[in-house]
Design a protein around this ligand. Structure first.
Ligand code: G6D
Length: 332
């Protein structure tokens, strides 16, 4: 079943929310603006519970600082100045963050709704977002009968360029207004990337063991965040290198009470960001915006891959389209 709802306008263009429902009553809602994941609602005794941080209206999505629910590309994370052979548009000092000032998250996409999937397509020219190459991109959200959401990211180009997309959903599995400090997190990782003051990775790896980065077993986020109070961020904004795994092995699991989200990806990194400095400039409806109100878990290829082939390949070249997938499974 597909339902549509008007969701305001951006730069004079009407934005539409599309909702899919599966046989269990799980509901997935996305916007054509930013190919944004708006809500993931699970059925509960009194109706539905949304597991995502969601702004009540389009004004929340015109803010580019939080990227909540947005499709991120061409390249997720940070590319430091000079790390790529060609100059890229910067939007954080001299760094290109999350696809730069005109990345995927800022664009209107063409939507096509089918019974179990929402397909967003976009032709993006080099003149439009400042990356080399004109690309055709397809982002497909599929809601399965077994309560999985798959996000497929596909791209083709006419010139060599970069492609390392992700989704920037923030999770909060609480029914009420509590933060994610009462959640447990597991990550299939034993190392994370050292970063410079501007958060661009140095290329060096640090061990997770015996530090606030050790999520090898289910770990209370309150305890972990307490350890991180000595850091500048006072929380997580970090790139975890995933332990080599097969696509059917979870890369991360977030749990609160009976609810959990388990993530799968064949890529080698997970960025975890715990909304460390969020304040009342953001509106998440009944969830009061403040530090730790949500946790973003962004599966991607390690951003160091842009200049260091040890960490993967994010190049996109003509005649060789790329396809990446992130899978989320929900228990509730
Ligand atoms: C990303 O790593 C970045 C953060 O620094 C940023 O603030 C956030 O997206 C919005 O996870």
């Amino acid at each position: 079943m597909v339902e549509t709802q008007a969701f305001g306008t951006v730069r004079g263009q009407a934005v539409t929310a599309y909702t899919l429902t599966n046989a269990h009553g799980v509901r997935l809602t996305c916007l054509d603006y930013g190919a944004t994941w708006l809500k993931l609602e699970v059925p509960i005794a009194s109706g539905w519970q949304n597991l995502l941080l969601t702004s009540p209206d389009i004004s929340g999505y015109a803010d580019l600082g939080s990227y909540h629910g947005k499709t991120i590309g061409r390249v997720a994370g940070r590319i430091g100045a000079g790390k790529y052979a060609q100059a890229l548009p910067a939007n954080e000092g001299t760094t290109t963050l999350h696809g730069g000032p005109h990345g995927f998250s800022t664009l209107m996409w063409q939507a096509q709704a089918q019974a179990d999937r929402l397909v967003f397509t976009r032709h993006i020219t080099s003149a439009e977002d400042g990356f080399p190459g004109n690309i055709d991109v397809k982002v497909t959200y599929t809601l399965t009968p077994s309560d999985d959401v798959l996000i497929d990211f596909e791209a083709a180009t006419d010139q060599p360029t970069l492609f390392n997309p992700t989704n920037h959903a923030y999770w909060n599995l609480n029914p009420g207004d509590d933060t994610i400090q009462n959640h447990q997190l597991t990550i299939n990782s034993s190392q994370h990337f050292e970063v410079q003051a501007n958060k661009v990775p140095t290329g060096e790896l640090l061990a997770n063991a015996h530090s606030g980065f050790d999520f090898a077993r289910p770990t209370n986020l309150a305890d972990a965040l307490a350890i991180m109070q000595t850091t500048v961020e006072k929380g997580y904004d970090d790139i975890f290198l995933l332990t080599p795994h097969t696509p059917d092995m979870p890369i991360a699991k977030l749990t609160q009470g009976p609810r959990s989200v388990t993530m799968y990806s064949s890529r080698n990194a997970l960025v975890v960001f715990t909304a460390n400095a969020f304040g009342d400039e953001l509106n998440f409806g009944a969830k009061t915006s403040r530090p730790y109100i949500g946790i973003a878990m962004e599966a991607q290829t390690a951003s160091s891959a842009v200049s260091d082939p040890r960490y993967g390949d994010i190049s996109l070249v003509p005649e060789q389209p790329r396809h990446e997938q992130i899978k989320y499974h929900f228990d509730y």
